[in-house]
Design a protein around this ligand. Structure first.
Ligand code: PGA
Length: 250
């Protein structure tokens, strides 16, 4: 069975609750594509208003982060049960900005992935290499290592249901998209790694996104690749361009 495409917006630290409601309204008619899963991953404080604003549409909501504990004395953190109760279905885990600025390690991210599954949230697990790593020729080894570390103790059934986003760090927010060949090569390697850890069926079922300056101009070619099942979109998710990506041309 063909995998359903999943186009997710990563709003990052943008949009106040009022701005968020206005953006959902602006995008409402543009993101209507029944053949594609559409997700808005939004700041925690926007989850409740955005869930409310997308009611009756095809859009699902995700968080951009969560903590690994159930509840308690972790000032400023967001518990998985809070995300679920607010109505979100997805959670981004291990975005390179969190790895870099907040020093999130693979060991910690593995705990987050397991915790997300415990609560029925679908993780969108991010991986990606730096420019130095790409130039040193270690991209594929690095990505395999990230995937294997982050998926420790994740079952085949869980892995089959999740999303992995390949986001080369040098392509994020830079306007410098990976070439179609580079993006497909890594997404294919991720699928092969999933096959190695689990089996063919799991590898065929897991959805792999490309992220990093995906926009209205380059989305058609990227989304036509056999191992690219969608996109994780930063900058362009805050604009009407997002609707064009959701309605990519086959
Ligand atoms: P970008 O961000 O589309 O602005 O490059 C992608 C991301 O960080 O998820």
């Amino acid at each position: 069975m063909a995998r359903r495409k999943i186009i997710a917006g990563n709003w990052k630290m943008n949009m106040t609750p009022s701005e968020a409601k206005a953006l959902v309204e602006t995008l409402k008619d543009l993101v209507n594509n029944p053949e594609v899963d559409v997700v808005y991953c939004v700041p925690a404080i926007d989850i409740v208003p955005v869930v409310e604003a997308v009611k009756g549409t095809n859009v699902e909501v995700g968080a951009e982060n969560m903590y690994i504990e159930e509840k308690g004395a972790y000032t400023g953190e967001i518990a998985p049960a809070m995300i679920v109760d607010a109505g979100a279905k997805y959670v981004i885990i291990g975005h390179s900005e969190r790895r870099e600025y907040f020093k999130e390690t693979d060991e910690f991210l593995n705990k987050k992935v397991l915790k997300a599954f415990e609560h029925g949230l679908t993780p969108i697990l991010c991986c990606g290499e730096s420019l130095e790593q790409r130039e040193a020729g270690v991209t594929l080894d690095w990505i395999r290592l990230q995937i294997k570390s982050d998926l420790q103790n994740v079952t085949a059934e869980q892995a089959a249901s999740m999303v992995i986003a390949y986001e080369p760090i040098w392509a994020i927010g830079t306007g410098k998209t990976a070439t179609t060949e580079q993006a497909e090569e890594v997404c294919k390697a991720i699928r092969e790694t999933i096959c190695e850890i689990y089996d063919e069926a799991t590898a065929e079922s897991i959805r792999i996104q490309y992220g990093g300056s995906m926009n209205a101009k380059n989305c058609d070619e990227l989304l036509a690749q056999p191992d690219i099942d969608g996109g994780l979109i930063g900058g362009a998710s805050l604009k009407p361009d997002f609707g064009r990506i959701v309605n990519y041309v086959k």
